[in-house]
Design a protein. Structure first.
Length: 326
Protein backbone atom coordinates (compact mmCIF):
# COMPACT_ATOMS: atom_id res chain seq x y z
CA UNK A 1 0.00 0.00 0.00
CA UNK A 2 2.78 2.44 0.89
CA UNK A 3 4.70 1.65 -2.30
CA UNK A 4 1.59 2.28 -4.40
CA UNK A 5 0.96 5.63 -2.71
CA UNK A 6 4.59 6.69 -3.22
CA UNK A 7 4.54 5.72 -6.89
CA UNK A 8 1.31 7.61 -7.40
CA UNK A 9 2.72 10.70 -5.64
CA UNK A 10 5.86 10.65 -7.80
CA UNK A 11 3.79 10.20 -10.96
CA UNK A 12 1.46 13.03 -10.01
CA UNK A 13 4.38 15.32 -9.22
CA UNK A 14 5.98 14.55 -12.57
CA UNK A 15 2.75 15.28 -14.45
CA UNK A 16 2.32 18.52 -12.51
CA UNK A 17 5.85 19.69 -13.36
CA UNK A 18 5.33 18.74 -17.01
CA UNK A 19 2.12 20.76 -17.23
CA UNK A 20 3.77 23.73 -15.53
CA UNK A 21 6.64 23.56 -18.03
CA UNK A 22 4.31 23.34 -21.05
CA UNK A 23 1.85 25.96 -19.78
CA UNK A 24 3.77 28.46 -17.60
CA UNK A 25 1.64 30.63 -15.31
CA UNK A 26 0.91 34.20 -16.21
CA UNK A 27 2.51 36.97 -14.12
CA UNK A 28 0.56 37.86 -11.05
CA UNK A 29 -1.21 41.14 -10.37
CA UNK A 30 1.60 42.40 -8.17
CA UNK A 31 4.21 41.82 -10.88
CA UNK A 32 2.05 43.58 -13.48
CA UNK A 33 1.48 46.58 -11.23
CA UNK A 34 5.22 46.78 -10.50
CA UNK A 35 5.97 46.71 -14.25
CA UNK A 36 3.42 49.50 -14.83
CA UNK A 37 4.98 51.60 -12.07
CA UNK A 38 8.44 51.14 -13.55
CA UNK A 39 7.21 52.07 -17.02
CA UNK A 40 5.47 55.16 -15.65
CA UNK A 41 8.60 56.28 -13.78
CA UNK A 42 10.79 55.63 -16.81
CA UNK A 43 12.75 52.81 -15.23
CA UNK A 44 13.62 49.91 -17.45
CA UNK A 45 14.93 47.76 -14.63
CA UNK A 46 14.50 47.79 -10.87
CA UNK A 47 16.83 49.98 -8.84
CA UNK A 48 20.13 48.25 -8.18
CA UNK A 49 21.34 48.06 -4.59
CA UNK A 50 23.81 50.68 -3.43
CA UNK A 51 26.28 47.97 -2.51
CA UNK A 52 26.76 45.05 -4.88
CA UNK A 53 26.73 41.58 -3.30
CA UNK A 54 30.16 40.14 -2.61
CA UNK A 55 29.14 36.48 -2.87
CA UNK A 56 30.61 34.41 -5.68
CA UNK A 57 28.23 31.61 -6.75
CA UNK A 58 28.50 28.97 -9.43
CA UNK A 59 26.69 29.18 -12.74
CA UNK A 60 24.22 26.43 -11.82
CA UNK A 61 23.28 28.13 -8.54
CA UNK A 62 23.02 31.49 -10.27
CA UNK A 63 20.62 30.22 -12.94
CA UNK A 64 18.58 28.30 -10.39
CA UNK A 65 18.48 31.31 -8.09
CA UNK A 66 17.34 33.61 -10.90
CA UNK A 67 14.45 31.28 -11.70
CA UNK A 68 13.45 31.10 -8.06
CA UNK A 69 13.70 34.89 -7.74
CA UNK A 70 11.39 35.31 -10.75
CA UNK A 71 9.03 32.80 -9.14
CA UNK A 72 9.00 34.92 -5.95
CA UNK A 73 8.50 38.16 -7.90
CA UNK A 74 5.64 36.75 -9.97
CA UNK A 75 3.73 35.95 -6.79
CA UNK A 76 4.55 39.15 -4.95
CA UNK A 77 6.69 37.54 -2.25
CA UNK A 78 9.01 40.39 -1.30
CA UNK A 79 10.94 38.84 1.62
CA UNK A 80 12.16 42.26 2.73
CA UNK A 81 13.76 41.17 5.98
CA UNK A 82 15.69 38.37 4.29
CA UNK A 83 16.87 40.69 1.52
CA UNK A 84 17.98 43.26 4.11
CA UNK A 85 19.97 40.63 6.00
CA UNK A 86 21.56 39.37 2.78
CA UNK A 87 22.46 42.92 1.71
CA UNK A 88 24.10 43.51 5.07
CA UNK A 89 26.10 40.30 4.74
CA UNK A 90 27.03 40.99 1.10
CA UNK A 91 25.21 37.93 -0.27
CA UNK A 92 22.84 37.64 -3.18
CA UNK A 93 19.17 36.76 -2.87
CA UNK A 94 19.41 34.37 -5.82
CA UNK A 95 22.25 32.40 -4.22
CA UNK A 96 20.32 32.24 -0.96
CA UNK A 97 17.23 30.79 -2.66
CA UNK A 98 19.32 28.27 -4.58
CA UNK A 99 21.05 27.18 -1.38
CA UNK A 100 17.73 26.69 0.41
CA UNK A 101 16.35 24.56 -2.42
CA UNK A 102 19.48 22.45 -2.81
CA UNK A 103 19.73 21.82 0.93
CA UNK A 104 16.05 20.86 1.10
CA UNK A 105 16.45 18.41 -1.78
CA UNK A 106 19.60 16.96 -0.25
CA UNK A 107 17.62 16.29 2.93
CA UNK A 108 15.51 13.81 0.97
CA UNK A 109 18.61 11.65 0.56
CA UNK A 110 18.07 10.59 4.15
CA UNK A 111 15.22 8.33 2.96
CA UNK A 112 17.29 5.85 0.88
CA UNK A 113 20.13 6.04 3.41
CA UNK A 114 17.84 5.10 6.29
CA UNK A 115 16.13 2.38 4.24
CA UNK A 116 19.49 0.86 3.29
CA UNK A 117 20.76 1.04 6.87
CA UNK A 118 17.63 -0.62 8.27
CA UNK A 119 17.85 -3.32 5.61
CA UNK A 120 21.49 -4.05 6.43
CA UNK A 121 20.72 -4.20 10.14
CA UNK A 122 17.87 -6.62 9.47
CA UNK A 123 15.26 -4.57 11.31
CA UNK A 124 11.75 -5.03 10.03
CA UNK A 125 10.72 -1.38 10.28
CA UNK A 126 8.02 0.07 8.06
CA UNK A 127 8.93 2.45 5.24
CA UNK A 128 6.93 5.19 6.92
CA UNK A 129 9.62 5.80 9.55
CA UNK A 130 12.42 6.57 7.04
CA UNK A 131 9.97 8.57 4.90
CA UNK A 132 8.83 10.86 7.69
CA UNK A 133 12.39 11.12 8.99
CA UNK A 134 13.54 12.24 5.53
CA UNK A 135 10.75 14.82 5.37
CA UNK A 136 11.74 16.20 8.78
CA UNK A 137 15.39 16.39 7.71
CA UNK A 138 14.32 18.10 4.48
CA UNK A 139 12.38 20.78 6.37
CA UNK A 140 15.27 21.34 8.81
CA UNK A 141 17.80 21.66 5.99
CA UNK A 142 15.46 24.05 4.15
CA UNK A 143 15.21 26.34 7.19
CA UNK A 144 18.89 26.22 8.16
CA UNK A 145 19.98 29.08 5.82
CA UNK A 146 17.30 31.36 7.29
CA UNK A 147 18.52 30.75 10.82
CA UNK A 148 22.16 31.26 9.86
CA UNK A 149 21.45 34.45 7.90
CA UNK A 150 19.35 35.87 10.73
CA UNK A 151 22.03 35.11 13.33
CA UNK A 152 24.93 36.54 11.30
CA UNK A 153 22.93 39.60 10.28
CA UNK A 154 22.03 40.38 13.90
CA UNK A 155 25.72 40.39 14.85
CA UNK A 156 26.75 42.57 11.91
CA UNK A 157 23.83 44.94 12.41
CA UNK A 158 24.89 45.49 16.01
CA UNK A 159 28.44 46.25 14.85
CA UNK A 160 27.04 48.56 12.17
CA UNK A 161 25.09 50.54 14.77
CA UNK A 162 28.27 50.94 16.79
CA UNK A 163 30.02 52.31 13.69
CA UNK A 164 27.10 54.68 13.04
CA UNK A 165 27.60 56.14 16.52
CA UNK A 166 31.26 56.83 15.77
CA UNK A 167 30.27 58.24 12.37
CA UNK A 168 27.84 60.68 14.00
CA UNK A 169 30.57 61.91 16.34
CA UNK A 170 32.91 62.47 13.41
CA UNK A 171 30.24 64.33 11.44
CA UNK A 172 29.45 66.63 14.36
CA UNK A 173 33.16 67.39 14.82
CA UNK A 174 33.54 68.26 11.15
CA UNK A 175 30.46 70.47 11.30
CA UNK A 176 31.96 72.25 14.28
CA UNK A 177 35.02 72.95 12.11
CA UNK A 178 32.91 74.98 9.67
CA UNK A 179 32.27 72.42 6.94
CA UNK A 180 28.92 71.94 5.26
CA UNK A 181 26.80 68.85 5.67
CA UNK A 182 27.92 67.04 2.45
CA UNK A 183 31.59 67.83 3.09
CA UNK A 184 31.28 66.82 6.73
CA UNK A 185 29.75 63.47 5.75
CA UNK A 186 32.48 62.69 3.23
CA UNK A 187 35.29 63.79 5.54
CA UNK A 188 33.90 61.80 8.47
CA UNK A 189 33.59 58.62 6.47
CA UNK A 190 37.05 59.20 4.97
CA UNK A 191 38.55 59.35 8.46
CA UNK A 192 36.83 56.12 9.46
CA UNK A 193 37.41 54.28 6.19
CA UNK A 194 40.39 51.91 5.98
CA UNK A 195 41.21 53.09 2.46
CA UNK A 196 42.23 56.55 3.64
CA UNK A 197 45.98 57.22 3.51
CA UNK A 198 46.58 61.02 3.57
CA UNK A 199 48.45 62.17 6.63
CA UNK A 200 46.08 65.03 7.26
CA UNK A 201 43.14 62.70 7.72
CA UNK A 202 45.13 60.42 10.00
CA UNK A 203 46.21 63.42 12.03
CA UNK A 204 42.63 64.59 12.34
CA UNK A 205 41.62 61.17 13.57
CA UNK A 206 44.34 61.17 16.19
CA UNK A 207 43.46 64.67 17.35
CA UNK A 208 39.75 64.06 17.51
CA UNK A 209 40.27 60.67 19.13
CA UNK A 210 36.94 59.45 17.81
CA UNK A 211 37.83 56.94 15.12
CA UNK A 212 35.67 53.93 14.44
CA UNK A 213 35.64 51.06 16.82
CA UNK A 214 37.86 48.05 16.12
CA UNK A 215 36.25 45.78 13.56
CA UNK A 216 33.84 48.46 12.31
CA UNK A 217 35.88 49.61 9.28
CA UNK A 218 33.75 47.46 6.97
CA UNK A 219 30.71 49.47 8.08
CA UNK A 220 32.47 52.75 7.34
CA UNK A 221 33.39 51.33 3.94
CA UNK A 222 29.72 50.58 3.22
CA UNK A 223 28.76 54.14 4.15
CA UNK A 224 31.61 55.55 2.06
CA UNK A 225 30.55 53.56 -1.01
CA UNK A 226 26.93 54.67 -0.56
CA UNK A 227 27.98 58.34 -0.37
CA UNK A 228 30.27 57.95 -3.38
CA UNK A 229 27.47 56.35 -5.42
CA UNK A 230 25.18 59.24 -4.49
CA UNK A 231 27.29 61.57 -6.64
CA UNK A 232 27.01 59.22 -9.62
CA UNK A 233 23.27 58.63 -9.24
CA UNK A 234 22.57 62.33 -8.64
CA UNK A 235 20.98 62.23 -5.21
CA UNK A 236 21.89 63.97 -1.97
CA UNK A 237 24.17 62.21 0.54
CA UNK A 238 21.40 61.95 3.14
CA UNK A 239 19.11 60.34 0.59
CA UNK A 240 21.86 57.79 -0.10
CA UNK A 241 22.11 57.12 3.63
CA UNK A 242 18.34 56.62 3.78
CA UNK A 243 18.44 54.18 0.87
CA UNK A 244 21.27 52.28 2.53
CA UNK A 245 19.26 52.16 5.77
CA UNK A 246 16.26 50.75 3.88
CA UNK A 247 18.46 48.25 2.09
CA UNK A 248 20.13 46.80 5.19
CA UNK A 249 17.27 47.60 7.63
CA UNK A 250 19.15 49.94 9.98
CA UNK A 251 16.78 52.44 11.60
CA UNK A 252 19.60 54.75 12.70
CA UNK A 253 20.56 55.50 9.10
CA UNK A 254 16.95 56.22 8.16
CA UNK A 255 16.56 58.57 11.12
CA UNK A 256 19.83 60.29 10.23
CA UNK A 257 18.66 60.74 6.63
CA UNK A 258 15.37 62.25 7.74
CA UNK A 259 17.07 64.61 10.20
CA UNK A 260 19.64 65.81 7.66
CA UNK A 261 16.95 66.26 5.03
CA UNK A 262 14.92 68.52 7.33
CA UNK A 263 17.67 70.72 8.76
CA UNK A 264 20.46 70.49 6.19
CA UNK A 265 20.72 74.28 5.98
CA UNK A 266 21.13 74.88 9.73
CA UNK A 267 24.52 73.66 10.94
CA UNK A 268 23.96 74.34 14.63
CA UNK A 269 20.76 72.31 14.81
CA UNK A 270 22.40 69.50 12.86
CA UNK A 271 25.32 69.37 15.30
CA UNK A 272 23.03 69.29 18.32
CA UNK A 273 20.87 66.57 16.74
CA UNK A 274 23.85 64.41 15.76
CA UNK A 275 25.44 64.73 19.19
CA UNK A 276 22.19 63.71 20.89
CA UNK A 277 21.75 60.75 18.52
CA UNK A 278 25.33 59.56 19.13
CA UNK A 279 24.81 59.76 22.90
CA UNK A 280 21.56 57.79 22.57
CA UNK A 281 23.31 55.08 20.54
CA UNK A 282 26.07 54.79 23.13
CA UNK A 283 23.57 54.50 25.98
CA UNK A 284 21.62 51.87 24.09
CA UNK A 285 24.75 49.89 23.35
CA UNK A 286 25.83 50.11 27.00
CA UNK A 287 22.41 48.86 28.10
CA UNK A 288 22.65 45.91 25.69
CA UNK A 289 26.11 45.02 26.96
CA UNK A 290 24.92 45.17 30.57
CA UNK A 291 21.90 43.03 29.72
CA UNK A 292 24.05 40.38 28.08
CA UNK A 293 26.44 40.41 31.02
CA UNK A 294 23.49 39.87 33.36
CA UNK A 295 22.23 36.95 31.25
CA UNK A 296 25.67 35.32 31.31
CA UNK A 297 25.90 35.82 35.08
CA UNK A 298 22.54 34.10 35.53
CA UNK A 299 23.66 31.25 33.26
CA UNK A 300 26.81 30.77 35.33
CA UNK A 301 24.74 30.81 38.53
CA UNK A 302 22.40 28.12 37.19
CA UNK A 303 25.38 26.00 36.13
CA UNK A 304 26.93 26.31 39.59
CA UNK A 305 23.65 25.35 41.27
CA UNK A 306 23.33 22.27 39.05
CA UNK A 307 26.91 21.30 39.85
CA UNK A 308 26.27 21.65 43.57
CA UNK A 309 23.06 19.64 43.30
CA UNK A 310 24.91 16.86 41.46
CA UNK A 311 27.65 16.84 44.11
CA UNK A 312 25.08 16.60 46.92
CA UNK A 313 23.34 13.71 45.17
CA UNK A 314 26.69 11.99 44.68
CA UNK A 315 27.47 12.24 48.41
CA UNK A 316 24.01 11.30 49.67
CA UNK A 317 23.30 8.44 47.27
CA UNK A 318 25.29 5.71 49.11
CA UNK A 319 23.77 6.64 52.48
CA UNK A 320 20.27 6.70 51.02
CA UNK A 321 20.73 3.30 49.36
CA UNK A 322 22.06 1.87 52.64
CA UNK A 323 19.10 3.18 54.60
CA UNK A 324 16.69 1.71 52.06
CA UNK A 325 18.47 -1.62 52.35
CA UNK A 326 19.34 -1.87 48.72
Amino acid sequence: MIETVLCGAVLGLGLFLLLRALFPPRPGLTARLAALDQARDGEGVPRAPLIAPEEDVSEFRRVLGLRLARFYAARGWEARSVKADLALLGKSFEGFLATKLLLGVSGLLAFPILVGWLTLMGWGVSVQVPLWSALVVCVIFFLLPDAQIRRDAAVRRRDFRHAVGAFLDLVSMNLAGGRGVPEALMMAVAVGSPVTTPGALNGAASVNGAGPAPGSNWAMERIREALANARIVGITPWQALGQLGDEINVDELRDLSAALGLVADDGAKVRASLTARAATLRRRELAEVEGKAGERSQSMLVAQLLLCAGFVIFLSFPAAMKMLGA
